[in-house]
Design a protein around this ligand. Structure first.
Ligand SMILES: *[C@@H]1O[C@H](CO)[C@@H](O)[C@H](O)[C@H]1NC(C)=O
Ligand SMILES: *[C@@H]1O[C@H](CO)[C@@H](O)[C@H](O)[C@H]1NC(C)=O
Ligand SMILES: *[C@@H]1O[C@H](CO)[C@@H](O)[C@H](O)[C@H]1NC(C)=O
Ligand SMILES: *[C@@H]1O[C@H](CO)[C@@H](O)[C@H](O)[C@H]1NC(C)=O
Ligand SMILES: *[C@@H]1O[C@H](CO)[C@@H](O)[C@H](O)[C@H]1NC(C)=O
Ligand SMILES: *[C@@H]1O[C@H](CO)[C@@H](O)[C@H](O)[C@H]1NC(C)=O
Ligand SMILES: *[C@@H]1O[C@H](CO)[C@@H](O)[C@H](O)[C@H]1NC(C)=O
Length: 457
């Protein structure tokens, strides 16, 4: 971090502590505890890590009984989640909602300090329309059950991704998708009435990575210095990309008449590694993003955003671990603060009081690799699922496999499953990469800069 920025941030710490003591009592920085890995520490060890990192809140993607039991008496506030697949039933039958609350809340509360219930995750755009339509009713049912038990300190929310927006730039033009409104409007009414948050999964990494020519990396990493953007619609001045994204949602809500719903960031972070063709995914940037984010949110929590100054934004970092079973491009498996072994990828202080950290490795990939890359069988691939995957791929390649890999054909030699698989992966990826298919294939494939053979794709 440059010395000037350190000086400015230290100054704001001073202000925060001199006139904002009440805010330093509760740490509003949480951690998402995702468990999509086959090599992760036990819930017991994981909670120890989360405590030692001094997080204020832990957010689960389920309501795992063992984890909820272990969280009792830890002082950590907790967010649990209704699975997307449970939404419809909870909405359509109140006794199912009651049972859900009994089994997943009352069984642990108040010893386990459950403070948030997330109903579904990123339901818009991914899930079936039935789930989307049922969302608010499910939230209402859960809320009613809690009220009947005289529980008033648990907020109900529904994390949305930025895909719920049809326009997010400039921020003052922020608009929700027209076809989302039949649920977004009742959702906002519910959040407004219950004083809950609009939970947003928001990753400046994605717009930056899509458009690194036109968005400064420093702007995305909160180190723009004197870089700023003035929104022509509102005249507000932005010094970082996250504020722009948050305000696009603030403006979209305001256009629907909701000017007082606060945002909580249910997920944010920066990938610490990724595929060759993904720029900027490295430890340097991940540490810089998360450290600067924490300084913004924890050290001076009432900073808010240009459109909503003075408002605290509870913020959940994504994620505790690198999770090796997540699908998609390489970045998806590299959002962690910790290796699966429990050792940190870089040091981080969730209280926002630490300014001096060990120097970070120099970023090597802030631009995507520009040479040719090939998608081949990964070096340590588990071959047992390969056969069916290959036949499936070759079917979708309309004869390409037969034409190239048959005896005597151009790519027949060397005759090995490894080579033929690499051929099929490369051909498939070459065909579908532009429509967003990652080179992953259940973890069997990875990108290489080394031409796997004389047979080119
Ligand atoms: C609601 O769920 C309960 C418990 O699963 C079941 O007994 C009841 O028949 C359901 N009611 C309706 C209307 O589906
Ligand atoms: C859609 O939701 C399911 C869980 O319900 C999740 O496993 C999957 O990754 C999601 N897909 C996308 C593209 O977000
Ligand atoms: C913002 O929205 C207004 C009204 O829809 C439109 O006229 C204007 O061009 C938009 N601004 C930008 C920069 O897209
Ligand atoms: C970057 O900005 C230029 C000039 O406004 C525009 O022509 C170009 O399409 C932009 N690039 C991307 C990837 O959006
Ligand atoms: C601020 O802007 C000046 C020029 O306008 C530039 O020389 C300087 O490097 C900038 N500082 C930072 C921290 O970006
Ligand atoms: C939001 O809630 C407040 C307080 O209950 C109420 O006065 C206001 O009308 C609500 N706003 C909307 C747009 O429903
Ligand atoms: C390989 O994958 C199969 C399922 O496809 C699984 O049963 C097996 O345990 C895996 N082997 C290793 C070493 O991971």
């Amino acid at each position: 971090m440059d010395p000037l920025l350190v000086a400015i941030l230290s100054f704001s710490t001073f202000i925060a502590f001199s006139n904002g003591v009440q805010f330093s009592k509760l740490n509003h920085i949480g951690i998402n505890y995702g468990r999509q890995g086959d090599n992760l520490p036990s819930p017991y060890r994981s909670i120890e890590y989360i405590k030692s990192m001094k997080a204020g809140i832990v957010k689960l993607y389920d309501a795992d009984p063992e984890t909820l039991k272990l969280l009792a008496g830890t002082g950590l506030r907790v967010s649990i989640m209704v699975q997307n697949g449970e939404i419809f039933n909870i909405a359509s039958n109140e006794s199912i909602a009651k049972k859900w609350v009994r089994d997943n809340v009352l069984a642990y509360y108040p010893r386990t300090m459950i403070r948030y219930i997330m109903v579904g995750n990123e339901v818009y755009g991914n899930q079936t329309l039935t789930q989307w339509k049922a969302l608010v009713l499910a939230m209402q049912h859960v809320k009613n059950c809690l009220r009947n038990h005289n529980i008033h300190n648990i907020k109900i929310g529904a994390p949305m991704a930025m895909n719920v927006m049809s326009l997010s730039f400039p921020p003052s033009n922020g608009t929700f998708h027209a076809e989302s409104l039949s649920t977004v409007v009742p959702l906002l009414q519910f959040l407004n009435k219950t004083s809950s948050f609009f939970f947003l999964n928001v990753f400046p990494y994605f717009p930056w990575a899509k458009n690194p020519e036109n968005i400064s990396l420093n702007f995305a990493l909160f180190k723009g210095g004197n870089l700023s953007y003035t929104d022509p619609g509102s005249g507000l001045v932005y010094t970082n990309l996250l504020d722009q994204m948050l305000d696009s949602v603030h403006f979209a809500m305001a256009k629907l008449g909701f000017r007082h719903i606060s945002i909580a960031i249910s997920e944010t972070g920066w990938p610490n590694d990724g595929d060759l063709d993904q720029p900027g995914a490295n430890i340097h940037n991940a540490a810089t993003y998360n450290r600067n984010l924490i300084h913004k949110m924890a050290t001076n929590p009432t900073l808010g955003t240009p459109a909503r100054p003075g408002v605290i934004i509870p913020t959940f970092l994504f994620s505790l671990y690198n999770e090796n079973l997540k699908n998609g491009p390489g970045t998806e498996r590299h959002w962690g603060l910790l290796h699966p072994s429990g050792s940190p990828l870089y040091s981080i202080d969730l209280t926002g009081t630490r300014y001096h950290f060990e120097p970070l490795p120099k970023p090597q990939n802030n631009r995507a690799y520009e040479g040719q890359v090939w998608c081949v069988l990964a070096r340590f691939a588990n071959m047992s699922g390969l056969g069916p995957l290959l036949s499936d791929m070759c079917r979708q390649l309309d004869g390409t496999c037969e034409t190239a890999l048959g005896p005597g054909k151009a790519c027949y030699e060397p005759v090995s499953l490894t080579w033929h698989a690499s051929y099929a992966f490369s051909a498939y990826w070459a065909k579908y990469r532009d429509s967003g298919d990652p080179c992953y294939f259940n973890g069997l494939a990875s990108l290489t800069t080394i031409d796997p053979s004389k047979c080119r794709f």
